[in-house]
Design a protein around this ligand. Structure first.
Ligand code: F6R
Length: 608
């Protein structure tokens, strides 16, 4: 949540800051702002709304500088107002951007107010900038003032700070919120992630929790939380500026839905042989850890949690006990910690604070091993897990997750296979599953070919206020994911139910105004779901059924059937989610919502 960019360079940095903000906008887009050191003063431009608006309001011929910071906000403390927009400034001396939440802001605010500081915003951030100024007024330089300030903070933060009297200097600090340092010749940058910096450099250092970076006229010095100078590896990002361009598509979500065949092929590459899953792709320690593993505990949020719910079916089918928790619930409930449990976190961003907190707690409570399935190579989850398995989905910019989900499913199936091998999964079943996995990219293309048919179907939703999604077994999580996609981007209230639960309550909601979407692949639950469909039909519900073309499900009064090409049951969730993604996308197009940046949401949820 919130995106930060900062720069100290040899030439004007304002265009780069704005470009960086645009690339970070997926993290938050309530308001945006930039502050630079110019003409012996700190000059700030802020706007409620999008970065594009800020860009329009800046006179680029006039507003030029060599040192500056910028921010795109996802509001936590304080409403969406210009006053609350970052950067925040103290006494026209210090400017600061912040991503995170400061828990002890009230006591710091009281202390600073007593010293004569006036607060103009409702944010927790303003206490930080004032505290830095306070230390500077007592004789500290900017670095020391930030070091002393962060020592007082409780909570999570990534900071970028500049000061009028040290005009070529930028200080960054992080604790439990992501921050990278970009390096280029005698210039250096700060960014919440590499997408912010990729247009200017592909060289970067990841800051550890507690690190403070001093960027002083191109010199970069890193300090750890003890104040000691530390070295961090300079890495080369594989991200390309083109990978995050929209190209021929209207929205990132559309682009990402259509990239799923390639993303799955990339995720499988090097991970399967002719007929086996290559266990080494989970890391050197993997074989040893999997040999010890007696149960699996999956932890994730949102869409990533739903991929975990699908995977539980696979783990248990192959003989391995598996629990799945929403991260915040995992952290909130009591646990009898099983012996030799493998904690599997799933995350697109690798920075979701709820998932990170749950992993920390799991380790503290005695869960023995950890593995993360993640799409962000240098993320906090990757750095704190024993084993790492990267989904190679590429950058996902649309706030509503699509290709991250399907590549998570592929990765989880690979994991279930290597662990299941040690249990009840037979060699010949593994061979046939690997074959099915190899055929997935083609099957994804077949599913995508139904795009126009689904676009037509979407017209029936545009005037609806509610929708019900039904699925059973492996496909209940797919119904959940379909409902989540619809509500996120079209703002239609959507619920998902296990089809068998219908008669225990939700059937009361069914009428002609409530479209009911059923996911009905051709498996051992087909006859049961057919009965559930009839229960809806008998009550005047309007059904849309996604069914295998060989399942014998015929269109009838009140039932529209969308045929899905036949697919093996185990991998079928990976295919059946695609028409639901397309449905949500086309409904949102008709409704004219902001598809890639739906209201109130942010892509990377780095606050609790
Ligand atoms: C929904 C969506 C969210 C994320 C959730 C977890 O479309 O994107 O529900 O899945 O916030 O995020 P990650 O996977 O980054 O941990």
């Amino acid at each position: 949540m919130c995106g930060i960019v900062g720069a100290v360079a040899k030439s004007n940095i304002v265009p780069m800051l704005i470009d960086g903000l645009k690339r970070l906008e997926y993290r938050g887009y309530d308001s945006a702002g930039v502050a630079v050191i110019k003409d012996q003063s700190i000059q700030r431009r802020v706007n409620v709304g999008r970065v594009a608006q800020l860009e329009q309001d800046i006179d680029f011929d006039q507003f030029k500088a060599l040192t500056g910071i910028a921010h795109t906000r996802w509001a936590t403390h304080g409403g969406v107002t210009e006053g609350n927009a970052h950067p925040h400034i103290s006494k026209n001396n210090v400017a600061l951007v912040h991503n995170g939440i400061i828990e002890n802001h009230q006591e710091l605010r009281e202390e600073l107010t007593a010293k004569g500081y006036n607060f103009y915003s409702e944010t927790d951030t303003e206490v930080i900038v004032n505290k830095v100024d306070d230390f500077i007024s007592q004789g500290s330089d900017l670095l020391e003032a930030v070091q002393k300030t962060v020592a007082l903070l409780k909570g999570a933060y990534a900071l970028g700070v500049i000061c009028l009297s040290e005009s070529g200097r930028l200080i960054g600090a992080r604790s439990r919120s992501p921050l990278l340092v970009g390096i280029k010749d005698n210039e250096a940058f700060l960014g919440s992630d590499m997408s912010a910096l990729i247009a200017v450099t592909n060289q970067f250092m990841v800051m550890d929790d507690g690190d403070i970076v001093d960027i002083n006229n191109g010199q970069v010095t890193l300090y750890n939380s003890d104040g000691d100078v530390v070295e961090r590896d300079v890495k080369t990002s594989s991200l390309s500026a083109n990978a995050i361009e929209l190209g021929q598509y209207n929205h990132y979500m559309q682009k990402e839905i259509f990239e799923q065949g390639q993303a799955i092929a990339d995720t499988l590459e090097g991970r399967i042989s002719a007929d086996k899953v290559l266990e080494q792709s989970f890391g050197h320690e993997a074989a040893h850890i999997f040999d010890q593993t007696e149960s699996v505990q999956i932890i994730a949020c949102g869409t990533s949690y739903y991929s975990g719910l699908v995977a539980r079916n696979w783990f248990e089918k192959f003989g391995m006990r598996c629990d799945v928790d929403i991260a915040t619930e995992f952290s909130s409930r009591p646990h009898v910690v099983p012996e030799d449990a493998l904690v599997v976190t799933i995350s697109q961003s690798g920075e979701t604070i709820d998932t990170l907190t749950a992993l920390e707690k799991a380790k503290k409570w005695g869960y023995k091993y950890s593995l993360t399935i993640c799409n962000a190579p240098e993320s906090s989850l990757v750095r704190t897990s024993d084993l790492v398995f990267m989904t190679h989905a590429g950058p996902e910019i649309g706030v509503a997750s699509t290709k991250a989900f399907t590549t998570q499913l592929v990765s989880l199936l690979l994991l279930a296979i290597v662990i299941g091998r040690r249990r009840t999964l037979e060699e010949k079943t593994e061979h046939s599953l690997v074959n099915e996995l190899r055929s997935l990219p083609v099957k994804v293309e077949q599913a995508l070919a139904q795009d126009q048919q689904i676009a037509k179907l979407a017209q029936r939703f545009a005037d609806k206020h509610h929708a019900l999604f039904l699925g059973r077994g492996l496909h209940f999580p797919i119904a959940l994911e379909g409902a989540l996609k619809l509500k996120e981007i079209s703002y239609i209230h959507a619920e998902a139910y296990p089809a068998g639960e219908l008669k225990h309550g939700p059937l009361a909601l069914v009428d002609s105004q409530m479209p009911v979407i059923a996911v009905a692949p051709n498996n051992n639950l087909l006859e049961k779901i057919k009965s559930n469909i009839q229960e809806v039909r008998a009550r005047g519900g309007q059904l849309i059924v996604f069914a295998d073309q060989e399942s014998g499900m015929d269109a009838d009064a009140g039932i529209e059937v969308i045929n899905v090409a036949p697919v093996d049951d185990t991998i079928s969730p990976i295919i059946y989610v695609i028409p639901l993604q397309l449905l949500a996308y086309h409904v949102a197009v008709i409704k004219g919502t902001d598809i890639d940046k739906p209201r109130n949401l942010a892509k990377s949820v780095t606050v609790e």
